[in-house]
Write a protein that binds this ligand. Structure first.
Ligand SMILES: Nc1ncnc2c1ncn2[C@@H]1O[C@H](COP(=O)(O)OP(=O)(O)O)[C@@H](O)[C@H]1O
Ligand SMILES: [Mg+2]
Length: 260
């Protein structure tokens, strides 16, 4: 279960609203995409959910629990995990270690006990390794497991970051432009991974993405942000037909569904 509700959310920077009275719902088990031009407030929205930004007012609930009164690191314990628009990996660590760090919140016996490798800590370590191995297999990262993350090709780093988020066993995952800078093949692979995470692993997904082909293809619902406000929300078909969205995004008849 991972139903996310955002209500009347406003976030300002020095009096300027990055988000203004935003409200939308991510149904448990769904893939919802948050789209809009650069500067519309998409990343700010994810930052409010993950706890990096503190909104001025409003409410964000996960399964009915108010997140805004819970510090960021504890929101992870509620099953919230994310990736970043600019890759945030430990560049000097191996792929395997990056994924193990992703499990940090679940390490009951702590890093020291795990390193000493005794008794319950050892059994716990084994459990963590198994989950991490599952993620490595799922994302096709086996060939890179012992390689230093920072030296891997960009597309692979994006996958490692997804793996790190997935290793934490999230109920809800926030993805900030996971396809940005990828070629067509990498983009298609990433879309497949997101669908599988959702369908096979049962993870609810809130996706920020500029690739409209992918968004319209894999989303159950789309939320359109424009200048910090929700312009429209609905199924991909509804949003594409919405006159306000068309006016804001589709100039001439052959233009793509792109931001400004
Ligand atoms: N930390 C910050 N300090 C000041 N302004 C910010 C900060 N983060 C975001 N903003 C502003 O909020 C608006 C929305 O930015 P952002 O959420 O990054 O948009 P998007 O992800 O849709 O491109 C922009 O005008 C941006 O300049
Ligand atoms: Mg952004």
């Amino acid at each position: 279960m991972a139903e996310l509700r955002v209500d009347n959310l406003t976030l300002t920077f020095k009096g300027i609203a990055a988000l203004l009275d935003v409200g939308f719902t991510v149904a448990s088990g769904s893939i919802v995409s948050l789209i809009g031009p650069n500067g519309a407030g998409k990343t700010s929205m994810l930052n409010c959910i993950s706890g990096r930004y503190r909104p001025d007012c409003g409410s964000i609930t996960l399964n009915g629990r108010e997140l805004l009164s819970i510090p960021a690191h504890r929101r992870t314990n509620l099953g919230l995990s994310r990736t970043f628009q600019n890759i945030a990996l430990f560049k000097g660590l191996s792929v395997l270690d990056n994924l193990m760090v992703g499990r940090h919140r679940l390490l009951r016996y702590g890093l020291l006990a795990s390193l000493l490798y005794f008794g319950p800590a050892r059994r716990e370590e084994d459990r963590h390794r198994r989950r991490v191995e599952d993620v490595i297999d799922f994302l096709g990262l086996s060939p890179y497991r012992h390689q230093v993350a920072g030296r891997l090709p960009y597309g692979v780093q994006k996958r490692v970051e997804l793996g790190r988020a997935l290793a934490a066993e999230p109920a809800l995952i926030l993805l900030d432009e996971p396809m940005a800078g990828m070629n067509l093949e990498e983009t298609e692979d990433m879309a497949r991974y997101i669908l599988d995470i959702n369908e096979e692993w049962g993870v609810t997904v809130l996706l920020v993405e500029h690739d409209m082909g992918v968004v319209m293809d894999i989303s159950d619902s789309v939320v359109v942000l424009d200048f910090g406000s929700v312009l429209a929300q609905g199924t991909p078909e509804e949003v594409q037909k919405n006159p306000e969205v068309v006016r804001a995004y589709l100039g001439d008849e052959d233009s793509q569904f792109l931001g400004r």
